[in-house]
Write a protein that binds this ligand. Sequence first.
Ligand SMILES: [Zn+2]
Length: 452
Amino acid sequence: MLRIYDTRARQVEEIAAGRALRMYVCGPTVYRYAHVGNLRTYLLSDLTRRVLERRRTRMLVCQNITDVGHLADDGGEDKVLAQARAEGRSVAELARFYEDAFVRDTAALNLRPPEHMPRASEHIDLMIELIAKLVEQGNAYTVPDGSVYFDVRTFPTYGEISGNRLDSLKPAHRIDAVDPRKRFHADWALWKPGTGELSWDAPWGQGFPGWHVECSAMSLRFLGSRFELHTGGIDLRFPHHEDERAQSDAAAGHEVVRHWVHGEHLLFDGRKMAKSTGNVVLLSDVTSAGLDPLAVRMAFLEHRYRQQMNLTWDTLRAADRTVRRWRTRVAEWSESPSAPMALDYVKRVEAAFDDDLDTPSALRVLRELERDDGVAPGAKFETFLHVDQVLGLDLSTDIGKARVLPAGAGELLEARARAREAEDWTAADRLRDELAEMGVRVSDTAEGQSWQ
Ligand SMILES: [Zn+2]
């Protein structure tokens, strides 16, 4: 059984997986490219999905596309609108452009696509319906300018995910603390007045929904009023997920989400990845540097999802070498007689996956298997391919590919074979070093020398 850290329960809990399991993932805001730090969060949901699917659990995943309403809380202009103007595109063009880029990046990282990927702008009616219900129940109130606020004091368990309970939230910590339209400083907008390209008619006046209410409305619509898992980046715990939980639970009349799961931050070169400081790496930067996109996935797997990790170009290059080496090995092993999987290794890897997605331990077990001369190559082949269903590193891509020696390497290999026959070990070592410089690794076996 998969056990995973539940942020609200503050402990690792077993995921009771039946035949089907539903998961909501807070999706991207599509007004710029997702950087690799953003993409790490989506690997968390992909791993969860793959580990559960291995047990034949049918996964139903909903991951929204935020193309309206995000990050306008500070009273400034919606970032989608501002960026569209800066790029000279319409809002719709801008949002589709970055949505397409996001889908391409996630595909390159082998992240399985969600079953539902609703765009916020196409589900405004659901949000209006939810807001109307909250107003009717007394969980939300309208103000004369056309805004609607959630009345947080009607939801006493607010703060259970992040620990930010209402009595400890100080008005000074909130930018809009002194907003006279609010009954209480921690209330937030469900609907904001506005006109123009990103606005809709609502019973309270023309405007657009707040970001938090988008996720409540779409998760309730696509997954129902009870679902098992909700994932997102650690920075979404507060206020986004607290607000989402309050809205959804108030509307449903019970706890909607069984487990809240969060992925930790990614640092790059020791610093937070942020556009404002120029410390941003995109997947296209990685591939432009000649690295496989799945080197990023490999680098992430070397750390557990809830561990803060520091990515560097060195760790990316090391991860790239490991991925390529494993693909070569798998291709070599594929030529050996078939053999059943190395079950003791499989069990240890799967136990690591189940133990709160302990991918670093799983990779250590695989490195041990790679070196274990007591396991037949055919068994290594079967085991690596089996485990790759969760790792998602495309370890079988090199199978059947012709191995091509660089120019001149064939002559050096022949010369080295002759040197070994003549027992001229100095020459053999020198030739091995020369070959290594060309990228050809020579090893000596009982049947003579072989190369990679
Ligand atoms: Zn969300």
